[in-house]
Design a protein around this ligand. Structure first.
Ligand code: HEC
Length: 129
């Protein structure tokens, strides 16, 4: 019980700190590309229709062997659950950038190494929830 309250307080505190005075930090201002890319739909919308990859095609070619046709996960590869398309895109971009995620980061880094931003956006729309 006490621990729950403590956690709630921490959360509220973090929220207050995160809200600040509402002024975007200079870091946020300096990276318009990153914020523009946060919704995978926007990434695809910026391309002519014929250049928009299909998420299912990317998933079938690059992901299904490890994550399964339903995203249920196979062997050591986790199920793909609970990630919004935007959250999945962010993860995939982080893997591609070589930023450490889980213990098997290297496996995923290799899996997405050759994917374009558009392919990552498309597969995130397909496999995200
Ligand atoms: C060779 C097997 C393999 C392939 C191919 C592969 N993955 Fe993964 N995937 C993994 C493993 C293993 C992890 C756990 C990585 C870690 O420890 O961070 C993972 C993690 C992930 C995660 C993070 C899950 C979470 O809840 O944090 C996402 C999202 C993901 N994969 C999506 C994809 C997509 C989309 C593709 C196709 C572009 C793909 N994976 C291809 C094996 C694979």
């Amino acid at each position: 019980m006490r621990a729950t309250h403590f956690g709630t307080s921490l959360f509220l505190l973090a929220t207050l700190v995160a809200c600040g005075d509402g002024t975007p930090s200079s870091e946020e201002k300096a990276s318009p590309a990153a914020s523009a890319a946060s919704d995978p739909k926007d990434v695809l919308a910026g391309l002519p229709p014929e250049a928009q990859p299909y998420g299912l095609d990317v998933y079938t070619a690059k992901c299904v062997s490890c994550h399964g046709d339903l995203g249920q996960g196979i062997d050591n590869s986790p199920a793909l659950r609970g990630l919004t398309p935007a959250a999945m895109q962010e993860k995939l971009l982080a893997y591609r950038a070589g930023q450490p995620q889980g213990a098997q980061t290297a496996v995923m880094a290799q899996a997405v190494a050759s994917l374009s931003d558009a392919e990552i956006a498309a597969v995130s729309l397909y496999a995200g929830e």
